[in-house]
Design a protein around this ligand. Structure first.
Ligand SMILES: [Zn+2]
Length: 518
């Protein structure tokens, strides 16, 4: 038997983006897409073009940038969605439209209020229309996990006839067990053999997303949909890194399959997505958690020193994690060493970005003795994903808040002019954010605030992520990076404001019907 390739379909930018509950800016999405391309994913689901002008815009820009992966947009089985998808991916070298409609009786009756025949008609129309834009069309039976298999065969026949070449069977509600997914995939892949490939999209509500995906592979699925760090609606999707490393590590069992993933890009991908979304994988998360390669017990440490394979089934180097923790750079490092280090970390950046990052590195190196890989990753990511600097923080002064009213004086530059104001708040952070609101005239509602130290030590960099809704509009994420947590907070808030202004009127409403997807 020849070795078969399992296509990796990454939906971090679509299903994954639904998990932060806030939009990423376009630059952030482009950087994620570029990293997914380096990782070697076969298909990048870049968004849901009809959901908002911001989504459309990001998919269009990603289509112009990505060369080695297929760029895909999701579309409901309605003409306006398919048209938006087709137009958003028009400039991509390889492109796919992914359309879907629910096939379970519970969804057809209660959500769609349509008969099975009407559902088939809508699906066929969507696929035929999608084929006027692209050759590569994927059709999803939403809620396949709870759909009648006879009906799925019927609708598959119809959409394959209409031009679909991939049939996806999403376990939208994360309900199925591995043996059930295995049986469904086996029957469907035998049925569609030679006509279409079967794909799976397993949600993780019972913690079985990865197990279900692997069971699907051995039963005939040739495409697996997944996300970095397992991001996604509710409990998330099957984690890309776990599926890929299970296939690789257990190549004795999975000898007949391979993926196109460059596993050394797994750790950089995980860090980039955690830095941008502000959602850290749990410490004990398989493959990419902070403790995934930490050996605490004395017996284990002793074994590890004698032979790593005693307790280690994966080498950290295989996922691109440098465990040496060597000091990478310091204040005397020059531009060439800096550039060299960044390229080793997988960053491909323009001269302009290099200069800006190097300037920030120098400022940091003055304050922080040891600069680690993760510091550089966070620093360069924040530089590369920054929205245009409409507002820029010049200085921040805080009153001692141990007793008395917390207050902040903030100086901000806009259009070359410096604006200074001061204000009070419930706490120091509140005082800073309220003062920024007064200066900008935009009223922000803070929905989430997170601070994380990027590396170890007292002088560790603070990475602050805020989720803010300005003037009652959909929320957006902002980031700030500094040794000083208060400065990082002010930068994060201004970053969110700049992202908001760069996408004003283009954000999707989280409550709109179009955000409900597979
Ligand atoms: Zn999903």
């Amino acid at each position: 038997m020849s070795i078969e390739t399992i296509k990796i379909f990454d939906t971090t930018l679509r299903d994954g983006e639904q998990s932060p509950g806030a939009s990423m800016n376009t630059e952030e999405k482009i950087q994620i897409a570029a990293q997914l391309e380096r990782l070697g994913v076969d298909i990048i689901e870049a968004g849901f073009a009809a959901a908002s002008p911001g989504d459309f815009d990001a998919i269009d820009k990603i289509s112009q940038r990505v060369i080695n992966s297929t760029v895909c947009s999701l579309a409901r089985a309605i003409d306006s969605d398919v048209k938006a998808a087709g137009e958003a991916i028009a400039k991509a070298k390889m492109k796919r439209i992914h359309t879907f409609i629910a096939t379970s009786s519970i969804h057809m009756e209660h959500k769609l209020k349509m008969s099975p025949d009407e559902v088939i008609k809508r699906a066929v129309r969507a696929v035929e229309y999608a084929r006027t834009f692209v050759d590569d069309v994927e059709f999803s039976c939403e809620d396949a996990g709870r759909s009648d298999i006879g009906f799925m065969k019927e609708i598959s026949d119809a959409v394959i006839e209409a031009g679909a070449s991939t049939i996806n069977l999403p376990d939208t509600v994360g309900f199925r067990l591995p043996f059930e997914i295995g049986a469904m995939v086996k029957e469907m892949s035998e049925y569609t053999k030679g006509r279409a490939i079967i794909s799976v999209h397993n949600h993780n509500d019972l913690g079985l997303g990865v197990a279900n995906s692997l069971e699907a592979v051995v039963n005939g699925a040739r495409q697996v949909e997944c996300t970095i760090n397992g991001l996604g609606e509710r409990a998330g999707n099957a984690a890309l890194e776990e599926i890929v490393m299970a296939l690789k590590t257990r190549s004795d069992v999975f000898a007949d399959y391979k993926t196109n993933i460059n596993t050394k890009e797994i750790y950089p991908s995980s860090r980039l997505i955690a830095n941008i979304t502000g959602i850290e994988p749990q410490p004990n998360k398989a493959i990419v958690g902070k403790n995934a390669f930490a050996h605490e017990s004395g017996i284990h440490q002793d074994g590890m020193l004698k032979n790593k394979e005693t307790y280690e089934i994966i080498s950290p180097a295989d996922i691109g994690l440098d465990m040496d923790d060597t000091l990478v750079l310091g204040k005397h490092s020059g531009r060439a060493a800096f550039k060299d280090k960044l390229s080793k970390l997988g960053f491909i950046i323009s001269d302009e970005e290099l200069n800006a990052s190097f300037d920030r590195f120098k400022i940091l190196a003055d304050k922080k003795k040891d600069i680690y890989d993760d510091d550089l990753r966070a620093l360069v990511t924040s530089e590369m994903t920054m929205a245009p600097k409409i507002y820029e923080l010049i200085s921040l002064q805080l009153m001692d808040c141990s007793n008395g009213v917390p207050s902040a004086a903030v100086s901000i530059r806009k259009d070359g002019k410096e604006i200074i104001d001061a204000g009070i708040g419930e706490g120091t952070i509140d005082a800073i954010f309220k003062t920024i609101d007064r200066i900008s005239g935009y009223e922000g509602q803070l929905l989430d605030y997170k601070v994380k130290s990027v590396s170890e030590g007292k002088d560790a960099l603070a990475n602050v992520t805020v989720k803010v809704s300005f003037n009652g509009e959909p929320a957006i994420i902002g980031h700030g990076l500094n040794i000083d947590t208060m400065l990082a907070s002010a930068r994060a808030y201004i970053g969110a404001l700049n992202s908001y202004l760069s996408m004003e009127g283009k954000l999707k409403s989280r409550h709109s019907d179009s955000s409900k997807t597979i």
